[in-house]
Write a new protein. Structure first.
Length: 259
């Protein structure tokens, strides 16, 4: 029989999962035969922004031109041409435009299983699994300063070219180049670190029920007072926390979801 504390812990874990699931991206990327999707993206030319979301696949972004802000868990990061963003599975992220310029980037979203031949060899257990599970975090963004950037840059450009071709023959090179990318990330000092949960990340988790509510009720009338009550905060403190953690106001986020 479960004790009272265990029942409460299980309930909290279940509610947290429900909140996370509500903001999981519903788009399916790729298929069994083609386990990735390539996107040639532009903000605001193709769409205005990418609202907060997460997905179980990995996402690789290469900035071609313009300026934009990436929201990556509890960080808001200014992106510039040449930057590489690897978004690991189940990590909350968003893209917010710079109102003064257009921004263009390449994206490939792929399932990590396409790279796995064996689940018990040491390159999987020691290198790939910690990255796939997000226990080891990759630096975001990878900019031009770190040693080895040019090799990483060339690898990412080859990956995007292969994904754009979308052929069985280019898929072979794509798989090999993705593995080479992880080799370069793992072997370049300073690009991978063990993950620890910060106080700000815990605050982000506290606000997940608000994101869930907005996703479910965005077509209705939603007020700051309602959202603050869900977060168990005063309206002023809630607005400050939301802005600080997600890089935009709660009403701005609501409008993005509606769009």
């Amino acid at each position: 029989m479960f004790g009272k504390n265990q029942i409460i812990q299980n309930l909290v874990a279940y509610l947290r999962y429900q909140n996370l699931y509500a903001i999981k991206e519903k788009c399916q990327h790729g298929s069994i035969q083609v386990p990735y999707s390539y996107y040639d993206c532009g903000i605001p030319d193709y769409f205005t922004s990418v609202p907060l979301h997460w997905h179980s696949e990995m996402e690789l972004n290469y900035i071609k031109s313009g300026n934009v802000f990436f929201k990556y868990e509890d960080q808001t990061i200014s992106a510039k041409p040449g930057d590489i963003f690897l978004i690991q599975p189940n990590v909350l992220h968003a893209i917010m435009s710079d109102e003064h310029s257009s921004f263009f980037y390449d994206t490939i979203v792929f399932h990590q299983n396409m790279l796995v031949g064996s689940y018990d060899d040491r390159c999987y257990t020691d290198i790939l699994l910690p990255i796939f599970s997000s226990r080891r975090r990759v630096l975001v963004p990878v900019s031009q300063e770190p040693p080895g950037y040019h090799e990483l840059h060339d690898s990412v450009r080859t990956i995007m070219q292969c994904a754009h071709k979308n052929l069985a023959t280019s898929d072979l090179l794509l798989k090999g180049e993705l593995l080479r990318l992880f080799y370069l990330l793992a072997s370049t000092p300073g690009l991978c670190t063990e993950h620890t949960v910060s106080a700000k990340s815990r605050m982000t988790e506290t606000l997940w029920p608000v994101l869930t509510y907005i996703q479910k009720h965005h077509s209705e009338s939603v007020t700051i007072e309602q959202l603050a009550k869900i977060a168990h905060m005063s309206s002023s403190y809630f607005m400050s926390c939301f802005k600080q953690n997600f890089g935009l106001g709660a009403i701005e986020y609501l409008n993005q979801v509606r769009i």
